[in-house]
Design a protein around this ligand. Structure first.
Ligand SMILES: Cc1ncc(COP(=O)(O)O)c(C=O)c1O
Length: 442
Protein backbone atom coordinates (compact mmCIF):
# COMPACT_ATOMS: atom_id res chain seq x y z
CA UNK A 1 0.00 0.00 0.00
CA UNK A 2 1.23 3.50 -0.70
CA UNK A 3 0.34 7.08 0.02
CA UNK A 4 -3.06 6.43 -1.60
CA UNK A 5 -4.18 4.63 1.53
CA UNK A 6 -7.80 5.53 2.12
CA UNK A 7 -10.50 4.13 4.38
CA UNK A 8 -13.29 6.33 3.08
CA UNK A 9 -15.79 3.47 2.96
CA UNK A 10 -14.96 2.43 6.52
CA UNK A 11 -15.35 6.05 7.65
CA UNK A 12 -18.72 6.35 5.89
CA UNK A 13 -19.87 3.03 7.29
CA UNK A 14 -18.89 4.11 10.80
CA UNK A 15 -21.28 7.07 10.52
CA UNK A 16 -24.15 4.69 9.73
CA UNK A 17 -23.08 1.95 12.12
CA UNK A 18 -23.01 4.22 15.21
CA UNK A 19 -26.73 4.83 14.73
CA UNK A 20 -27.49 1.18 15.49
CA UNK A 21 -24.39 -0.21 17.21
CA UNK A 22 -22.83 1.54 20.22
CA UNK A 23 -19.44 2.88 19.02
CA UNK A 24 -20.31 1.37 15.63
CA UNK A 25 -19.04 -2.08 16.62
CA UNK A 26 -19.84 -5.24 18.59
CA UNK A 27 -16.96 -5.10 21.07
CA UNK A 28 -15.57 -1.88 22.59
CA UNK A 29 -11.99 -2.84 21.64
CA UNK A 30 -12.89 -2.78 17.93
CA UNK A 31 -13.78 0.89 17.92
CA UNK A 32 -10.77 3.03 17.06
CA UNK A 33 -12.77 6.27 16.59
CA UNK A 34 -14.64 7.80 13.64
CA UNK A 35 -11.58 8.18 11.43
CA UNK A 36 -9.71 4.97 12.18
CA UNK A 37 -12.25 2.21 12.78
CA UNK A 38 -11.89 -0.47 10.11
CA UNK A 39 -14.63 -2.68 8.71
CA UNK A 40 -13.57 -6.02 7.34
CA UNK A 41 -14.42 -7.57 4.03
CA UNK A 42 -12.63 -10.89 4.61
CA UNK A 43 -9.45 -12.63 5.68
CA UNK A 44 -7.47 -15.46 4.15
CA UNK A 45 -4.31 -16.99 5.58
CA UNK A 46 -2.22 -14.30 7.26
CA UNK A 47 -3.90 -11.49 5.35
CA UNK A 48 -6.99 -9.35 5.81
CA UNK A 49 -8.93 -7.04 3.46
CA UNK A 50 -11.05 -4.10 4.57
CA UNK A 51 -14.17 -2.81 2.81
CA UNK A 52 -12.10 -0.17 0.98
CA UNK A 53 -10.11 -3.01 -0.61
CA UNK A 54 -6.94 -2.33 1.42
CA UNK A 55 -4.91 -5.47 1.97
CA UNK A 56 -3.02 -6.05 5.21
CA UNK A 57 -0.55 -8.56 6.58
CA UNK A 58 -2.36 -9.21 9.83
CA UNK A 59 -0.57 -9.57 13.17
CA UNK A 60 -3.73 -9.24 15.26
CA UNK A 61 -5.33 -12.44 13.98
CA UNK A 62 -8.49 -11.60 15.90
CA UNK A 63 -6.43 -11.26 19.15
CA UNK A 64 -5.16 -14.78 18.75
CA UNK A 65 -7.71 -17.27 17.42
CA UNK A 66 -6.26 -17.44 13.92
CA UNK A 67 -3.50 -19.93 14.69
CA UNK A 68 -3.72 -21.65 11.27
CA UNK A 69 -4.71 -18.45 9.48
CA UNK A 70 -8.08 -17.16 8.35
CA UNK A 71 -10.43 -19.46 6.45
CA UNK A 72 -8.36 -22.61 6.83
CA UNK A 73 -9.98 -25.05 4.39
CA UNK A 74 -9.44 -28.10 6.62
CA UNK A 75 -11.05 -26.50 9.65
CA UNK A 76 -13.89 -24.93 7.68
CA UNK A 77 -14.74 -28.30 6.11
CA UNK A 78 -14.81 -29.91 9.56
CA UNK A 79 -17.12 -27.13 10.77
CA UNK A 80 -19.45 -27.76 7.82
CA UNK A 81 -19.48 -31.44 8.73
CA UNK A 82 -20.30 -30.45 12.31
CA UNK A 83 -23.50 -28.85 11.02
CA UNK A 84 -24.83 -32.30 10.19
CA UNK A 85 -25.57 -32.78 13.91
CA UNK A 86 -28.36 -30.29 13.34
CA UNK A 87 -27.40 -27.72 15.97
CA UNK A 88 -27.35 -27.69 19.75
CA UNK A 89 -29.62 -30.48 21.00
CA UNK A 90 -29.38 -29.91 24.78
CA UNK A 91 -27.69 -33.31 24.85
CA UNK A 92 -24.07 -34.35 24.39
CA UNK A 93 -22.31 -35.86 21.39
CA UNK A 94 -19.53 -38.45 21.33
CA UNK A 95 -17.19 -35.85 19.86
CA UNK A 96 -17.00 -34.01 23.21
CA UNK A 97 -15.21 -36.98 24.70
CA UNK A 98 -12.90 -37.23 21.67
CA UNK A 99 -11.87 -33.58 21.94
CA UNK A 100 -11.44 -33.84 25.73
CA UNK A 101 -9.20 -36.88 25.12
CA UNK A 102 -7.11 -34.87 22.66
CA UNK A 103 -6.71 -31.98 25.12
CA UNK A 104 -5.78 -34.33 27.97
CA UNK A 105 -3.19 -35.91 25.66
CA UNK A 106 -1.68 -32.51 24.84
CA UNK A 107 -1.72 -30.80 28.24
CA UNK A 108 -0.15 -32.73 31.12
CA UNK A 109 -2.15 -31.11 33.91
CA UNK A 110 -5.50 -31.90 32.30
CA UNK A 111 -7.53 -34.90 33.43
CA UNK A 112 -10.98 -33.56 32.67
CA UNK A 113 -12.53 -30.89 30.46
CA UNK A 114 -15.74 -28.89 30.20
CA UNK A 115 -16.52 -26.83 27.07
CA UNK A 116 -17.93 -23.33 26.83
CA UNK A 117 -18.07 -20.63 24.14
CA UNK A 118 -15.61 -17.88 25.04
CA UNK A 119 -12.62 -17.16 27.22
CA UNK A 120 -14.84 -15.06 29.46
CA UNK A 121 -17.16 -17.99 30.14
CA UNK A 122 -14.32 -20.45 30.76
CA UNK A 123 -12.63 -18.13 33.28
CA UNK A 124 -15.94 -17.44 35.01
CA UNK A 125 -16.57 -21.18 35.35
CA UNK A 126 -13.01 -21.82 36.55
CA UNK A 127 -13.20 -19.20 39.27
CA UNK A 128 -16.53 -20.51 40.47
CA UNK A 129 -15.15 -24.04 40.49
CA UNK A 130 -12.11 -22.95 42.54
CA UNK A 131 -14.37 -21.19 45.04
CA UNK A 132 -16.63 -24.21 45.30
CA UNK A 133 -13.69 -26.61 45.70
CA UNK A 134 -11.91 -24.61 48.39
CA UNK A 135 -14.95 -23.17 50.15
CA UNK A 136 -13.24 -19.77 49.95
CA UNK A 137 -14.38 -16.63 48.14
CA UNK A 138 -11.49 -14.46 47.06
CA UNK A 139 -8.91 -14.51 44.30
CA UNK A 140 -5.54 -13.01 43.47
CA UNK A 141 -4.86 -11.50 40.03
CA UNK A 142 -1.66 -10.24 38.45
CA UNK A 143 -1.22 -6.57 37.50
CA UNK A 144 -1.64 -6.22 33.74
CA UNK A 145 -3.54 -9.50 33.39
CA UNK A 146 -6.81 -9.71 31.48
CA UNK A 147 -9.37 -12.44 31.95
CA UNK A 148 -12.42 -11.37 29.98
CA UNK A 149 -15.58 -9.44 30.62
CA UNK A 150 -17.14 -11.05 33.70
CA UNK A 151 -17.53 -8.67 36.63
CA UNK A 152 -15.20 -10.49 39.03
CA UNK A 153 -12.20 -9.95 36.77
CA UNK A 154 -13.16 -6.83 34.80
CA UNK A 155 -10.63 -4.68 36.62
CA UNK A 156 -7.61 -2.95 35.14
CA UNK A 157 -4.58 -1.03 36.31
CA UNK A 158 -4.81 2.69 35.74
CA UNK A 159 -1.31 4.17 35.72
CA UNK A 160 0.11 7.63 36.39
CA UNK A 161 3.69 8.76 36.04
CA UNK A 162 5.08 11.70 38.04
CA UNK A 163 7.85 14.08 36.92
CA UNK A 164 10.51 11.79 38.38
CA UNK A 165 9.20 8.93 36.25
CA UNK A 166 7.76 7.15 39.30
CA UNK A 167 4.78 4.95 38.28
CA UNK A 168 1.72 4.53 40.45
CA UNK A 169 -0.95 1.97 39.65
CA UNK A 170 -4.54 2.04 40.77
CA UNK A 171 -7.07 -0.75 40.34
CA UNK A 172 -10.19 0.42 38.52
CA UNK A 173 -13.11 -1.42 37.03
CA UNK A 174 -13.07 -1.39 33.25
CA UNK A 175 -15.94 1.00 32.72
CA UNK A 176 -18.93 1.58 34.95
CA UNK A 177 -21.52 -0.97 36.00
CA UNK A 178 -19.15 -3.40 37.67
CA UNK A 179 -20.38 -3.61 41.30
CA UNK A 180 -17.81 -1.86 43.53
CA UNK A 181 -18.61 -4.52 46.13
CA UNK A 182 -16.63 -6.98 44.00
CA UNK A 183 -13.45 -4.99 44.64
CA UNK A 184 -13.37 -6.64 48.06
CA UNK A 185 -13.14 -10.08 46.44
CA UNK A 186 -9.62 -9.88 45.03
CA UNK A 187 -6.07 -8.67 45.50
CA UNK A 188 -3.67 -7.67 42.73
CA UNK A 189 0.06 -8.33 42.81
CA UNK A 190 2.90 -7.54 40.40
CA UNK A 191 4.22 -10.34 38.18
CA UNK A 192 7.53 -11.93 39.17
CA UNK A 193 7.34 -10.79 42.80
CA UNK A 194 6.91 -13.96 44.82
CA UNK A 195 7.55 -12.17 48.14
CA UNK A 196 4.51 -10.02 47.52
CA UNK A 197 2.27 -12.96 46.74
CA UNK A 198 3.57 -14.82 49.77
CA UNK A 199 2.80 -11.81 51.93
CA UNK A 200 -0.81 -11.76 50.68
CA UNK A 201 -1.18 -15.51 51.19
CA UNK A 202 0.39 -15.35 54.66
CA UNK A 203 -2.04 -12.67 55.83
CA UNK A 204 -5.16 -13.64 53.86
CA UNK A 205 -4.51 -17.22 52.71
CA UNK A 206 -7.55 -18.61 54.53
CA UNK A 207 -9.83 -16.48 52.36
CA UNK A 208 -8.09 -17.00 49.02
CA UNK A 209 -9.55 -19.65 46.75
CA UNK A 210 -7.38 -19.14 43.70
CA UNK A 211 -4.44 -17.38 42.11
CA UNK A 212 -5.43 -16.48 38.54
CA UNK A 213 -2.48 -15.89 36.24
CA UNK A 214 -1.54 -15.53 32.60
CA UNK A 215 1.97 -16.94 32.73
CA UNK A 216 2.75 -14.83 29.66
CA UNK A 217 0.79 -11.59 30.04
CA UNK A 218 -0.91 -11.77 26.66
CA UNK A 219 -2.67 -8.48 27.25
CA UNK A 220 0.43 -6.60 28.40
CA UNK A 221 2.82 -7.19 25.53
CA UNK A 222 3.67 -10.75 26.51
CA UNK A 223 5.58 -10.07 29.76
CA UNK A 224 6.93 -13.44 30.85
CA UNK A 225 6.91 -15.09 34.27
CA UNK A 226 10.36 -16.11 35.40
CA UNK A 227 10.94 -19.84 36.07
CA UNK A 228 11.93 -19.30 39.72
CA UNK A 229 8.81 -17.25 40.31
CA UNK A 230 6.57 -19.94 38.85
CA UNK A 231 8.19 -22.63 40.95
CA UNK A 232 7.66 -20.63 44.12
CA UNK A 233 4.12 -19.75 43.10
CA UNK A 234 3.32 -23.43 42.62
CA UNK A 235 4.69 -24.35 46.05
CA UNK A 236 3.00 -21.39 47.76
CA UNK A 237 -0.37 -22.44 46.31
CA UNK A 238 0.22 -25.97 47.62
CA UNK A 239 1.29 -24.67 51.02
CA UNK A 240 -1.77 -22.44 51.45
CA UNK A 241 -4.29 -24.81 49.83
CA UNK A 242 -4.95 -22.31 47.03
CA UNK A 243 -5.92 -23.36 43.51
CA UNK A 244 -3.44 -22.31 40.82
CA UNK A 245 -5.48 -21.33 37.78
CA UNK A 246 -3.52 -20.67 34.61
CA UNK A 247 -5.46 -18.67 32.04
CA UNK A 248 -4.27 -20.08 28.73
CA UNK A 249 -6.92 -18.36 26.62
CA UNK A 250 -4.14 -16.76 24.56
CA UNK A 251 -1.22 -19.12 25.16
CA UNK A 252 -3.10 -22.42 24.93
CA UNK A 253 -2.19 -24.61 21.92
CA UNK A 254 -0.12 -21.67 20.66
CA UNK A 255 3.16 -21.34 22.53
CA UNK A 256 3.51 -25.15 22.69
CA UNK A 257 1.22 -28.13 22.17
CA UNK A 258 0.85 -28.27 25.94
CA UNK A 259 0.49 -24.50 26.16
CA UNK A 260 2.39 -22.22 28.47
CA UNK A 261 2.41 -24.94 31.12
CA UNK A 262 4.61 -27.08 28.88
CA UNK A 263 6.69 -24.13 27.72
CA UNK A 264 7.43 -22.90 31.23
CA UNK A 265 7.26 -26.18 33.13
CA UNK A 266 4.44 -25.26 35.47
CA UNK A 267 1.43 -27.40 36.30
CA UNK A 268 -1.92 -25.75 36.93
CA UNK A 269 -4.76 -27.11 39.02
CA UNK A 270 -7.27 -25.52 36.65
CA UNK A 271 -6.60 -23.99 33.26
CA UNK A 272 -8.68 -22.25 30.63
CA UNK A 273 -8.42 -22.41 26.85
CA UNK A 274 -10.15 -20.63 23.95
CA UNK A 275 -8.85 -18.72 20.90
CA UNK A 276 -6.34 -21.04 19.15
CA UNK A 277 -8.28 -24.17 20.04
CA UNK A 278 -10.93 -23.53 17.38
CA UNK A 279 -9.04 -21.45 14.81
CA UNK A 280 -11.70 -18.76 15.13
CA UNK A 281 -14.81 -20.80 15.85
CA UNK A 282 -16.28 -19.82 19.22
CA UNK A 283 -15.26 -22.47 21.70
CA UNK A 284 -13.44 -22.54 25.02
CA UNK A 285 -12.68 -24.98 27.79
CA UNK A 286 -12.13 -25.07 31.49
CA UNK A 287 -9.95 -28.04 32.33
CA UNK A 288 -7.76 -29.47 35.04
CA UNK A 289 -7.18 -32.00 37.74
CA UNK A 290 -9.74 -34.75 38.27
CA UNK A 291 -9.95 -34.04 42.00
CA UNK A 292 -11.23 -30.53 41.27
CA UNK A 293 -13.02 -30.94 37.95
CA UNK A 294 -15.08 -33.88 39.18
CA UNK A 295 -16.75 -31.61 41.75
CA UNK A 296 -18.61 -29.83 38.93
CA UNK A 297 -22.27 -30.79 39.24
CA UNK A 298 -24.77 -31.36 42.03
CA UNK A 299 -23.25 -30.45 45.39
CA UNK A 300 -20.43 -28.64 43.57
CA UNK A 301 -20.37 -25.80 41.08
CA UNK A 302 -22.57 -25.06 38.06
CA UNK A 303 -21.21 -25.02 34.50
CA UNK A 304 -22.90 -25.32 31.14
CA UNK A 305 -25.15 -23.41 28.75
CA UNK A 306 -27.29 -23.83 25.68
CA UNK A 307 -24.37 -23.48 23.29
CA UNK A 308 -21.66 -25.26 25.32
CA UNK A 309 -19.81 -27.68 23.00
CA UNK A 310 -21.73 -26.35 20.00
CA UNK A 311 -21.38 -29.05 17.31
CA UNK A 312 -19.97 -26.69 14.67
CA UNK A 313 -17.33 -25.17 16.93
CA UNK A 314 -16.53 -28.52 18.47
CA UNK A 315 -15.90 -30.10 15.07
CA UNK A 316 -13.68 -27.13 14.18
CA UNK A 317 -11.78 -27.57 17.45
CA UNK A 318 -11.34 -31.29 16.83
CA UNK A 319 -9.70 -30.58 13.46
CA UNK A 320 -7.66 -27.59 14.69
CA UNK A 321 -6.24 -29.54 17.63
CA UNK A 322 -5.48 -32.52 15.41
CA UNK A 323 -3.47 -30.27 13.09
CA UNK A 324 -1.66 -28.51 15.93
CA UNK A 325 -0.88 -31.82 17.63
CA UNK A 326 0.15 -33.85 14.59
CA UNK A 327 1.81 -31.41 12.17
CA UNK A 328 4.68 -28.95 12.46
CA UNK A 329 2.34 -25.91 12.39
CA UNK A 330 3.62 -24.63 15.75
CA UNK A 331 7.26 -25.06 14.72
CA UNK A 332 6.53 -23.10 11.52
CA UNK A 333 5.03 -20.33 13.63
CA UNK A 334 8.09 -20.17 15.86
CA UNK A 335 10.32 -20.06 12.76
CA UNK A 336 8.36 -17.17 11.28
CA UNK A 337 8.05 -15.29 14.58
CA UNK A 338 11.77 -15.58 15.25
CA UNK A 339 12.66 -14.29 11.77
CA UNK A 340 10.17 -11.46 12.19
CA UNK A 341 11.71 -10.42 15.51
CA UNK A 342 15.25 -10.62 14.14
CA UNK A 343 14.36 -8.63 11.03
CA UNK A 344 12.55 -5.91 12.97
CA UNK A 345 15.37 -5.76 15.52
CA UNK A 346 17.91 -5.21 12.77
CA UNK A 347 15.85 -2.35 11.37
CA UNK A 348 15.41 -0.75 14.80
CA UNK A 349 19.06 -1.17 15.76
CA UNK A 350 20.21 0.32 12.47
CA UNK A 351 18.28 3.46 13.44
CA UNK A 352 19.61 3.36 17.02
CA UNK A 353 16.22 2.60 18.58
CA UNK A 354 16.56 0.87 21.94
CA UNK A 355 14.10 -2.00 22.18
CA UNK A 356 13.45 -5.44 23.63
CA UNK A 357 11.11 -8.31 22.82
CA UNK A 358 8.94 -10.10 25.26
CA UNK A 359 6.59 -13.09 25.07
CA UNK A 360 7.05 -15.95 22.66
CA UNK A 361 7.73 -15.82 18.90
CA UNK A 362 4.09 -16.78 18.28
CA UNK A 363 2.79 -13.84 20.36
CA UNK A 364 5.46 -11.27 21.02
CA UNK A 365 5.52 -7.70 22.20
CA UNK A 366 8.12 -5.13 21.22
CA UNK A 367 9.02 -2.64 23.95
CA UNK A 368 10.85 0.59 23.48
CA UNK A 369 12.99 0.34 26.59
CA UNK A 370 16.46 -0.84 27.58
CA UNK A 371 15.32 -4.32 28.56
CA UNK A 372 12.21 -6.49 28.46
CA UNK A 373 9.71 -5.64 31.20
CA UNK A 374 9.36 -7.90 34.25
CA UNK A 375 5.98 -6.53 35.21
CA UNK A 376 3.27 -4.09 34.21
CA UNK A 377 5.00 -1.10 35.83
CA UNK A 378 7.96 -1.65 33.50
CA UNK A 379 5.62 -1.54 30.50
CA UNK A 380 4.14 1.71 31.81
CA UNK A 381 7.58 3.30 31.87
CA UNK A 382 8.51 2.16 28.34
CA UNK A 383 8.18 4.52 25.35
CA UNK A 384 4.78 3.22 24.32
CA UNK A 385 4.08 6.49 22.52
CA UNK A 386 6.70 5.51 19.96
CA UNK A 387 4.91 2.19 19.53
CA UNK A 388 1.57 3.98 19.02
CA UNK A 389 2.99 6.33 16.38
CA UNK A 390 4.63 3.41 14.61
CA UNK A 391 1.49 1.27 14.76
CA UNK A 392 -0.51 4.04 13.04
CA UNK A 393 2.04 4.21 10.22
CA UNK A 394 2.23 0.43 9.92
CA UNK A 395 -1.53 0.13 9.57
CA UNK A 396 -1.57 2.79 6.85
CA UNK A 397 1.17 0.91 5.02
CA UNK A 398 -0.70 -2.41 5.13
CA UNK A 399 0.72 -4.07 8.24
CA UNK A 400 -2.12 -4.56 10.67
CA UNK A 401 -0.92 -4.39 14.27
CA UNK A 402 -2.86 -3.37 17.35
CA UNK A 403 -2.79 0.40 17.96
CA UNK A 404 -2.33 -0.36 21.68
CA UNK A 405 1.19 -1.56 22.53
CA UNK A 406 -0.13 -4.02 25.10
CA UNK A 407 -1.44 -6.37 22.45
CA UNK A 408 1.27 -8.68 21.11
CA UNK A 409 1.96 -9.51 17.44
CA UNK A 410 0.18 -12.79 16.70
CA UNK A 411 1.62 -15.13 14.10
CA UNK A 412 -0.23 -17.94 12.33
CA UNK A 413 1.11 -20.91 10.39
CA UNK A 414 -0.30 -19.24 7.25
CA UNK A 415 2.13 -16.28 7.49
CA UNK A 416 4.61 -16.94 4.71
CA UNK A 417 7.72 -15.44 3.18
CA UNK A 418 5.72 -12.93 1.18
CA UNK A 419 4.18 -11.67 4.44
CA UNK A 420 7.60 -11.51 6.08
CA UNK A 421 9.31 -9.64 3.25
CA UNK A 422 6.47 -7.16 3.01
CA UNK A 423 6.58 -6.64 6.78
CA UNK A 424 10.29 -5.83 6.76
CA UNK A 425 10.08 -3.41 3.87
CA UNK A 426 7.07 -1.59 5.33
CA UNK A 427 8.41 -1.60 8.87
CA UNK A 428 11.59 0.12 7.72
CA UNK A 429 9.64 2.76 5.81
CA UNK A 430 7.15 3.36 8.64
CA UNK A 431 9.89 3.66 11.22
CA UNK A 432 11.71 6.18 9.03
CA UNK A 433 8.57 8.32 8.80
CA UNK A 434 7.95 8.22 12.54
CA UNK A 435 11.54 9.04 13.45
CA UNK A 436 11.55 11.94 10.98
CA UNK A 437 8.35 13.27 12.54
CA UNK A 438 9.83 12.94 16.01
CA UNK A 439 12.99 14.75 14.92
CA UNK A 440 10.81 17.58 13.61
CA UNK A 441 9.03 17.62 16.99
CA UNK A 442 5.64 16.66 15.55
C1 LIG B 1 -6.01 -14.35 28.89
C2 LIG B 1 -7.42 -14.08 28.47
N1 LIG B 1 -8.43 -14.56 29.21
C3 LIG B 1 -9.71 -14.36 28.87
C4 LIG B 1 -10.04 -13.65 27.74
C5 LIG B 1 -11.47 -13.45 27.35
O1 LIG B 1 -11.74 -14.22 26.24
P1 LIG B 1 -13.00 -13.88 25.30
O2 LIG B 1 -12.69 -12.59 24.63
O3 LIG B 1 -13.07 -15.05 24.37
O4 LIG B 1 -14.19 -13.82 26.17
C6 LIG B 1 -9.02 -13.12 26.94
C7 LIG B 1 -9.32 -12.34 25.73
O5 LIG B 1 -8.49 -11.76 25.12
C8 LIG B 1 -7.68 -13.36 27.31
O6 LIG B 1 -6.66 -12.88 26.59
Amino acid sequence: MTSEYSIKKSNAHYKEAVKRLPLGVSSNYRSWGPDETLYVSHGKGGRLWDIDGNEYVDYRMGYGPGILGYADDRVDQAARDGMSVGGPTALSTEREHAVAQRIAGMVDSVDMVRFANSGTEAVMAGLRLARSFTGRSRHIMIEGGYHGLSDGVLWEMHHEQDEKGEITLEVQSEGRGVPTLLRTLFETVPLNDSDKIEQVLRTQGNDIAVVLIEVILGNAGGIVSEPGYLKRLRSLCDEYGVVLMVDEVKTGFRVARGGVQELMGVEADICTFAKAMGNGYPISAVAGKREIMSTIGPGGSAQGGTYAAHPVSLAAAEKTLEILDETDALEQIVGYGTKMQEGISQILSARGVEHAWSGHPSMSGVFFAESAPRNYRDWASSDYELYEALAARLIQSGILVEPDSREPFFVSSAHDDSCLNETMEKFERSLGLVLDERAEGK
